[in-house]
Design a protein around this ligand. Structure first.
Ligand SMILES: C[S@@+](CC[C@H](N)C(=O)[O-])C[C@H]1O[C@@H](n2cnc3c(N)ncnc32)[C@H](O)[C@@H]1O
Length: 210
């Protein structure tokens, strides 16, 4: 019996890191075409532009880098060096083919990151704080690997933001761990999108490590 092809609906229904690892292993080869191009995906562009607009600089960690779409935009805007981290070796293989990342770090973010503290001046993430993926509980692991003053630009699916306590987590961290928090709502997909999620929105959370 053949299994259904990976798609956004399946990705939003995932319930564990291991589910994520399995789905993205299958999806990696045609994620850029069957998802990003077809659905006119824009979130990686919003995230990278917000990072640069806020003055973000390298070295940058791209969290849940996937096939490297956000890193490619960042690199095109002159930011570097950029490292990619993701739970999926197959997605990271695709990212490294784009020849923009310095290093690939395969890791389950819910278990922390195998990176020395204060390694990065910037942290970006597009499309990974969303249904079936990561919640605010991983934010402390990201603060740990960021230098004081490091710029963050994280996309957070707007429904996921409301359902998983991001507001409270960011509020708690605003007592010294993070500074200058702003949230801007953007459309995840462009005008060419036709799927059932075409009108979905996300916040771009910009802040600095305190
Ligand atoms: C929707 S994709 C986004 C990829 C890319 N940033 C983009 O905008 O196209 C989500 C990514 O999060 C990764 N991911 C999911 N759970 C993870 C975890 N626990 N630790 C690290 N990465 C994870 C997946 O492997 C996948 O590559």
């Amino acid at each position: 019996m053949s299994r259904k092809k990976p798609d956004l609906h399946a990705a939003y229904s995932l319930t564990s890191p291991e589910d994520n690892r399995q789905l993205y292993a299958e999806w990696a080869g045609d994620y850029d075409e069957s998802f990003a191009s077809l659905e006119d995906y824009q979130l990686h562009i919003h995230t990278a532009r917000a990072f640069v607009g806020a003055g973000g600089q390298g070295p940058v960690l791209d969290v849940g880098a996937g096939t490297g779409l956000c890193g490619a935009v960042l690199s095109g805007l002159g930011v570097g060096p950029i490292d990619a981290t993701d739970i999926s070796a197959e997605m990271l293989d695709q990212a490294m083919r784009k020849d923009i990342y310095r290093d690939a770090i395969e890791a389950d973010l819910t278990q922390g990151l195998p990176v020395p503290p204060e390694s990065y001046s910037g942290v970006v993430s597009s499309g990974t704080f969303t249904h079936g993926h990561l919640g605010p509980e991983v934010l402390p692991a990201l603060l740990r690997i960021a230098r004081h003053g490091a710029q963050f630009a994280l996309s957070i699916n707007a429904e996921h933001y409301a359902e998983h306590g991001f507001a409270e987590a960011l509020q708690d961290m605003s007592t010294g761990q993070i500074e200058n928090l702003t949230l801007t709502k953007v459309r995840i997909y462009g005008d060419l999108a036709a799927g059932p999620n075409k009108d979905d929105t996300a916040f771009i959370a910009l802040f600095e490590r305190g």
